[in-house]
Design a binder for this molecule. Structure first.
Ligand code: ARG
Length: 229
């Protein structure tokens, strides 16, 4: 109770990589998306302020650890490796990976084999999946390209500088609905998304978990789902 009182009204810096619709993106200079609405709703529910900062996905965990960020919400998958350095909230979403090619492409899931070029966002679970399953095994012998954002990877795919992108399924669907790309395979990776905080910040983690619980039981979380998916 004492820690809850002292956290009330505090202001936290929230990091995200705003290249990941419909979870986080920038529209008319504003941060939008499911994650953005979720963290705003948790903050309103639990009585704290937030300031959102856009960063490359690959630098989010280091920024939490060094104290430059208080919270990360970025469609971030809870993995054992990440959970060694930061604390995760209870899961708020489940996703798989998808393989995306240009709409006019004849390529299928075979794009993952042989001399094709695959793009990912640096430091994501898609990056790790391709590295571990295709690159180190030499199943993929073409270029493996890492991008700072999925937006840049999409541009390269559409400009024919890439054969395929591997990224989270809901985000692949979102890109496919507005850009000339299509999903040719789903990789069942069963990833849970969590909100991350510094390991030392147990009180903030409790606050976030309580916020998620309240939004679940009030139906607000279901409303956010309907709004964004
Ligand atoms: N879920 C994947 C991961 O945790 C990708 C997240 C990418 N998020 C983003 N906002 N670009 O590695």
């Amino acid at each position: 109770l004492v820690s809850a009182i002292s956290l009330f009204g505090a202001k936290y810096v929230v990091g995200t990589s705003a290249d990941f619709p419909p979870f986080e993106y920038v529209q008319n200079g504003e941060f939008m998306g499911f994650d953005i609405d979720l963290i705003k709703a948790i903050a309103a529910e639990m009585g704290f302020e937030i300031e959102i900062r856009d960063m490359s996905f690959d630098s989010l965990i280091a920024a939490l650890v060094s104290g430059n960020l208080d919270i990360v919400i970025s469609g971030m998958t809870i993995t054992a490796e990440r959970a060694e350095v930061v604390s995760f909230s209870k899961p708020y979403w489940t996703a798989d990976q998808s393989v995306v090619v240009r709409e006019d492409s004849d390529l299928t899931v075979t794009v993952l084999f042989g001399k094709h070029s695959i793009g990912v966002q640096t430091g994501t679970t898609g990056d790790i999946w391709v590295e571990d399953n295709l690159v180190t095994t030499k199943i993929l012998t073409g270029d493996f390209k890492r991008y700072e954002t999925y937006t840049l990877a999409m541009t390269d795919l559409i400009n024919r500088n890439l054969d395929a992108i591997v990224l989270d399924s809901p985000v692949a669907q979102s890109f496919a609905s507005v850009r000339p790309v299509k999903i040719v395979a789903i990789l069942k990776t069963y990833e849970d998304y969590g909100i991350a905080v510094n390991k030392a910040n147990k009180a903030l983690l409790d606050l976030i978990n309580e916020g998620i619980r309240r939004l679940e039981s009030s139906g607000k979380l279901a409303e956010l789902n309907l709004k964004h998916f």
